[in-house]
Design a protein around this ligand. Sequence first.
Ligand code: NAP
Length: 334
Amino acid sequence: MPQNRKIVLKSHPKGPVGVENFDMVTDQTGPMAAGLVCVKVDHLSIDAFIRTTLDGGGFHQSAKLGGVVPALGVGTVVESGDPAFVVGDIVTGPMCSQEYAVLPAAMCGKVDTRLGSPTAFLGALSIATGLTSYVGMKYVAKISGGETVVVSGAAGAVGSLAGQVAKLLGAGRVIGIAGGPKKCAFLVDELGFDAAVDYKAGDVSGQVSALAPNGVDVFYDNVGGEVLDAVLMNLAIEARVVLCGAVSQYENMADVRGPKNYLKIAERDASLLGFTIFHYPDKYGEATTAMADWLASGELIVHETVGTGLENFPAAVRALLDGGNTGKFLLKVS
Ligand SMILES: NC(=O)c1ccc[n+]([C@@H]2O[C@H](COP(=O)([O-])OP(=O)(O)OC[C@H]3O[C@@H](n4cnc5c(N)ncnc54)[C@H](OP(=O)(O)O)[C@@H]3O)[C@@H](O)[C@H]2O)c1
């Protein structure tokens, strides 16, 4: 079995995560057995949820001290103990922060390159990115024609797709919220959003009000905190606020701050709707087909930010939380 370089969690972050919280170690790739596959990891997906695994007793299943960090990835089967996979198959799965993953075959999905590139299976065709944007818009927000939709974290992986999916499902006007003029221009000029709000420029509520004077029908929130509060001030009657995530809170999960303007939900006869994609397995097939069709037709635009080198995994996690990515953040491992 090959030597395996891994990024392991050295210490739980106390506050913002930094590269000092991780170590790189090399050891032997784990033993193979029936039902397992060994995958050489090609790309890792740098996702906001990773931060929530680092605290110990975290939101998602936690990373263990000294253990690899949870991360989705795509790679190539180099040894198979399961008849469903052969050497050379390209697969996705929970590869974690390492060069070789030995994992149960049942946890891997075969990449169908007729639907998209291997990295698309970490982005537009991934459960935790593209399918999240589709299911959140279609089945949680229940978009209907002509509505005004606001998406936060709009230049990120989920948000950049969610805004486009809203349009493709018939939304009337889609407004993205992102950090900085460059990302805002990207949303409008490259992704076809109708308008963008730069939350770093301040007065988010005023900016949203100017762009959506009749109110926001759907808010697809990836950020929480002050951005959520600002949009709550601008809800239309019977608005739906979809809690997809709250990345602004992930560095301090022990003291998560809820929206102080939540009474606007009552005032506007609105609904606050949380969802977790893993509770919608019955929608994966439909969502994959729809996203693949939009990719093929060119109606869905994907943007990837690609870092290089497993050793840069800690810096990539930090960079994601600092807004260092536009679109899907990937790390090329080999
Ligand atoms: N509900 C579900 O089942 C589900 C599944 C997958 C993901 N999610 C959620 O989807 C959201 C997006 O995740 P992702 O992996 O696609 O990450 P991402 O959007 O690609 O990256 C995170 C982005 O958040 C923005 N950000 C960071 N801190 C912020 C702050 N304090 N205020 C405002 N914006 C901030 C940054 O962009 P700027 O430059 O614009 O600041 C950064 O690029 C996360 O909340 C995640 O938990 C939910």
